[in-house]
Write a protein that binds this ligand. Structure first.
Ligand code: GTP
Ligand code: MG
Length: 199
C-alpha cells in the first residue's frame, strides 16, 4: 500500500470545512459554529472500488497567507504541514460567494510558492442547501472557471444534509465525479458504483 494521501482543507472562516470533515469521519453535523483554533488531523483508511488508501486530512484555522517556503512554515512556531500535502481542498460557501475570493487567492499563493506541480487542487462549494437556484450565472461561472480553466476537481455539496460529501473523497481518491449542477434533493450521494468507504 502507498503512504497516506495527505490532504489539507482550506477556506474562509465559517464555510463549513469542519462540518464536512465531521460529517464524513464522524457522521455528525455540528450546528454551532465553533471556530477551528488549532490544527486537527483526521486519519482513516478509504476503499474506493479496488483501491485502498490511508488518508490523513488536515483541518486548519483560516490562513491569510500560504507559507511561501519551509522556513515560513516553521517560523510561526506552529508548523501546519501545509507544504507537504498531496491535495489542497479549497472550500467556499455557496450562499456567500465572496468566500470564493479566498479560494482564488489561496490557489494563486499555492501555485506561486512551489516550483513544482506535484500536488492537486480541488474546489468544494458547500452549503448548496442555502442556494435557492443552483443554476445562476455566477455559480456556473465558478464551476466553469474551476473545471475548464483551472482544470481542478469540483464538487457542490451540503455538509448539513450529507449531500455529495462522499463525492469529495471519491474525487480525492482519483475518481472524477464530474457532473452537472446538483438537483435540489438531498439524498446520500454514494451510489452503488465507485463506492468510497471508510475502513
Ligand atoms: N446550511 C448549512 N450550514 C452549514 C453547512 N455546513 C456548515 N454549516 C454551518 O456553518 C457554520 C460554520 O461551519 P464550520 O464547519 O464550523 O465552518 P469552518 O469552515 O470549519 O469554520 P472555521 O473553523 O471558523 O474557519 C456552522 O454553524 C455550521 O452549522 C451546510 O452544508 N449547510
Ligand atoms: Mg472549522
Amino acid at each position: 500500500m502507498q503512504g497516506p494521501l495527505k490532504v489539507a482543507f482550506l477556506g474562509a472562516s465559517g464555510v463549513g470545512r469542519t462540518s464536512i470533515l465531521q460529517q464524513f469521519f464522524k457522521h455528525d453535523f455540528p450546528k454551532e459554529h465553533i471556530r477551528t483554533a488549532k490544527r486537527t488531523v483526521y486519519r482513516s483508511c478509504l476503499v474506493c472500488d479496488t483501491c485502498i488508501r490511508e488518508l490523513m486530512v488536515l483541518d486548519v484555522p483560516p490562513q491569510k497567507y500560504f507559507p511561501i517556503d519551509n522556513l515560513a512554515e516553521w517560523n510561526n512556531g506552529h508548523p501546519l504541514g501545509l507544504r507537504t500535502v498531496h491535495t489542497y481542498v479549497l472550500v467556499y460557501d455557496m450562499g456567500n460567494l465572496d468566500t470564493f475570493q479566498y479560494c482564488r487567492n489561496m490557489r494563486d499563493q499555492i501555485l506561486e510558492s512551489f516550483n513544482h506541480r506535484d500536488f492537486k487542487i480541488m474546489v468544494v462549494g458547500n452549503k448548496v442547501d442555502m442556494v435557492s437556484n443552483p443554476h445562476t450565472q455566477e455559480l456556473k461561472d465558478i464551476s466553469t472557471l474551476v473545471r475548464k480553466h483551472w482544470r481542478c476537481g469540483y464538487v457542490e455539496c451540503s455538509a448539513k444534509h450529507n449531500y455529495k460529501i462522499g463525492d469529495i473523497f471519491k474525487e480525492l481518491m482519483g475518481y472524477p465525479v464530474g457532473g452537472t449542477a446538483p438537483k435540489l434533493e438531498f439524498t446520500q450521494s454514494i451510489g452503488s458504483k465507485n463506492r468510497c468507504t471508510i475502513l
